[in-house]
Design a binder for this molecule. Structure first.
Ligand SMILES: *Cc1c(COP(=O)(O)O)cnc(C)c1O
Length: 417
């Protein structure tokens, strides 16, 4: 065994990941060793603005002192009981989170994908027991270019060949329609009204490149679901918890989903915490033994999630994201006018993307991200030629302006290969 305390360099640490870790990611070549608020530092001590926030998990900022305190306190007290016994955190958290989002009940899980799986199971069981769908006939409508996680069932209804290919056989029972197409949803519902159990949708498609649907799409979709007695399932794992400038992105459309799925920022990046929420007539279809998770609802998760949600309210992160988002898009729109390299900026709150004027196959967006990193700002391309910008929501206006300047200077001085 190696016993040396010599600090490894970035190159050495990357080599370790490369050699001993499965190659299921393609990271930017930066090795992070420390985080605080909107900043992260690499092993060599260089400071960066984090413009990814771990895919919107770190909305409350890196190592938020309140969260560090909450997790340390609970870690030293009680960690895991399993759900075989009650614990003194779970009920308190369940009441808190249910009232926070206005639902009767919550089903606690760990990761986002588990949350989505949970929602699918609840929806199917509801279909058989409440809607009267015949055995094994329940279908859930999903949208093209969706991202809901990585389990076999979830990738079964992905349209991304990398996510889906070579992982069959696939789970049946899903119907895919184009995103943001209300006529396609109406047709799919009309075609099989009695068997459709749910409509699973991201209010903004984050992974697909921050696809913002037309105003009214989500509320019309919700009304159609009502007409057909179909559950509207909102996946707000990425868009929720103040990211888009409201507590939930669905708040823009005044839509309250029948089932709400949260994850990521529910713990402010401290710990994997996910939640599925619904009212009693839906949630009560789940009975003991029918679903669960060893770590789901553990005391650490409960303590951390409660604190993470309190921080969002206390620090008014939704309003901050809303206001900084307006500023960000305003400056980026000026950049779109000035540079041939950027063709568009879109998003809501602090979930935004710029479209790079090149093919998705080109390395231009990745090369821009490398240049941004050099200039002290971390972001990653999604879908080839789109760069997502999602900083922690604890950013202030001065920092945002500094970041906009970094992006502008990088783009305006960028020489395409
Ligand atoms: C990240 C994400 C998931 C999956 O969450 P994991 O914690 O990675 O399993 C699901 N849906 C959306 C919209 C996401 O952004």
């Amino acid at each position: 065994m190696e016993t040396t305390t010599k600090k490894l360099s970035s190159a050495e640490l990357m080599e370790l990941e490369n050699k001993y870790g499965a190659h299921n990611y393609h990271p930017l070549e930066v090795v992070l060793a420390k985080g605080e608020g909107v900043y992260v530092w690499d092993v060599e001590g260089k400071r960066y603005f984090d413009f990814l926030s771990a895919y919107s998990a770190v909305n409350q900022g890196h190592c938020h002192p309140g969260l560090v305190e909450a997790i340390n306190k609970q870690a030293a007290t009680l960690n895991l009981t399993s759900r075989a016994f009650y614990n003194d955190q779970l009920g308190v958290y369940e009441k808190f989170v249910s009232q926070y989002f206005g639902f009767d009940k919550v089903l606690p899980m760990n990761t986002g994908a588990e949350g989505v799986e949970t929602a699918i199971k609840i929806c199917r069981k509801w279909a058989y027991e409440k809607k009267g769908v015949s055995k094994d006939q329940a279908k859930i409508i999903v949208c093209g270019e969706n991202f809901h996680g990585r389990t076999v069932t979830i990738i079964s209804f992905s349209s991304d060949p990398d996510a889906r290919g070579s992982f069959g056989p696939y789970t049946p029972g899903f119907v895919s329609i184009p995103y943001n197409n209300i006529d396609a949803l109406r047709e799919a519902l009309n075609a099989d009204s009695e068997n459709i159990a749910g409509f699973l949708v991201e209010p903004i498609q984050g992974e697909a490149g921050v696809n913002v649907p037309d105003d009214g799409f989500l509320s019309k979709a919700y009304d159609l679901c009502r007409q057909h007695n179909v559950l509207f399932i909102g996946d707000e794992i990425q868009t929720g918890i103040a990211r888009t400038g409201k507590m939930l992105a669905l708040d823009y459309d005044n839509v309250k989903p029948d089932i709400l799925i949260l994850g990521k920022a529910l713990s402010g990046g401290m710990y994997p915490v996910a939640a599925v929420m619904a009212n009693n007539e839906i949630m009560d279809v789940i009975k003991p033994g029918q679903h669960g998770s060893t770590y789901g609802g553990n005391p650490m998760a409960c303590a951390v999630a409660m604190k993470a949600l309190k921080i969002v309210r206390e620090e008014q992160l939704a309003d901050n994201a809303y206001n900084l988002g307006l500023l960000f898009r305003e400056r980026m729109n000026v950049l779109v006018e000035k540079s041939d390299l950027v063709s568009k900026v879109r998003g809501k709150g602090l979930l935004n993307a710029i479209l790079i004027n090149d093919t998705p196959e080109s390395s231009t967006a990745m090369d821009i991200c490398k240049a941004l990193a050099k200039n002290g700002l971390l972001a990653k391309p999604t879908h080839g030629n789109i760069i997502r910008f999602a900083p922690p929501l604890v950013m202030n206006q001065q920092q945002l302006n500094e970041c906009c300047s970094i992006i502008e200077n990088t783009i305006l001085n960028f020489n395409k290969k």
